[in-house]
Write a protein that binds this ligand. Structure first.
Ligand code: AMP
Ligand code: MG
Length: 316
């Protein structure tokens, strides 16, 4: 069994809003068109992740990355020094960033990387757009370093698996946030912190890690927090509240109303979650939210709603 990566078929799958797994130099990624809310929702459904954490957008070049993110001089320096390679940069989203709000979990920032694997890069170049991709494993399982790992865990959920042989690094990408000055080291990975500090000639913030998490996360926003207050699991909105509904049986509401999924489909609800929240947040100071079932993607939706409803001081 040789590796004949069929890039054209994977590109077609991505264009059709389906999932395609592909090799990067770190691990196999589970890719979807990052501009499509429904394609990104399919990633979460396939992985069975109980939470929506922001994903890393994979692109073919720095030039393309700059369409989606605003690069400071420091961010440019890091991209020029380490891309293509296992370094992910968190930067502010560009003004007209077409990336799905679900992919960035509603944040104003975006994580971008140009992977070095020739097969992965060929796919990204041929696709010509941003590909959101977490590791191609089921939630809680080991990261896949062979196409067969992906096939075993996700074979029935991905349209295409591009086999590029075993991946080299097996580690995740290092994540550096350029939202802070100096930049912050968010996750250890394929590029050593010291190498990055050497390239910049300065120390990174939050270099001290504990359990894989930075000790001093600085002023980073980790969860999307609406300005509005949320009231969860309510059957009926009060006057003055915006109403985030779910399912076919929605009580009359005299005010702004968005339905996550009129048919009660959780994948559709996931795809709409952040866009609807943003819209209601802009329209009202209080948002009432109908109950969403705790099954399948409902778990991640409810997790995110509870975080959005929690007092800000807990949201670090
Ligand atoms: P994974 O896809 O499992 O490699 O994990 C991606 C990780 O990147 C997330 O869990 C976050 O820790 C990090 N990340 C992605 N986007 C952002 C962002 N906008 N701000 C901060 N961290 C991010
Ligand atoms: Mg992972």
């Amino acid at each position: 069994m040789g590796h004949t990566p069929d890039i054209a078929q994977a590109v077609e799958a991505l264009r059709a809003g389906k999932l395609a797994a592909f090799p990067t130099e770190t691990v196999y990624g589970l890719g979807a068109d990052a501009r499509s809310d429904t394609a990104v929702a399919a990633i979460y459904a396939a992985k069975g992740r109980p939470q929506f954490n922001p994903l890393i957008m994979h692109v073919a070049s720095l030039q393309e990355a700059r369409r989606y993110g605003a690069f400071s001089d420091t961010a440019l320096k890091l991209a020029e020094a380490f891309w293509p390679g296992p370094l992910t940069l968190v930067v502010p989203k560009s003004a007209d960033c077409p990336v799905s709000l679900l992919a960035t979990a509603g944040l104003d920032s975006i994580a971008l990387r140009v992977p070095a694997h020739p097969v992965g890069r060929a796919l990204l170049t041929a696709f010509g757009g941003p590909v959101a991709a977490p590791s191609a494993n089921l939630s809680g399982r080991l990261s896949p370093t062979h196409a067969s790992h992906v096939r075993d865990q996700l074979g029935d959920k991905v349209a295409e698996i591009v086999d590029g042989g075993p991946t080299e690094v097996g580690l995740e990408s290092t994540i550096v946030s350029c939202l802070t000055d100096p930049p912050s080291h968010l996750r250890a990975g394929g590029v050593a912190c010291e190498e990055i500090e050497q390239a910049l000639g300065i120390k990174l913030a939050g270099g001290e890690m504990e359990d894989g998490k930075p000790i001093s996360p600085g002023q980073l926003q980790h969860h999307y927090a609406p300005d509005a207050t949320l009231r969860l699991n309510v059957e009926r909105a009060e006057p003055g509240e915006a109403f985030l509904a779910f399912g076919p049986d929605v009580p009359d509401h005299n005010g702004v109303l968005k339905n996550l999924s009129p048919s009660g489909d959780l994948q559709e609800a996931a795809a709409n979650l952040f866009a609807h929240l943003h819209e209601l947040d802009a329209a009202a100071d209080r948002i009432a939210v109908m109950p969403v079932p705790e099954t399948g993607l409902g778990e991640a939706i409810n997790d995110r709603l509870r975080r959005a409803a929690a007092p800000r001081t807990l949201d670090v």
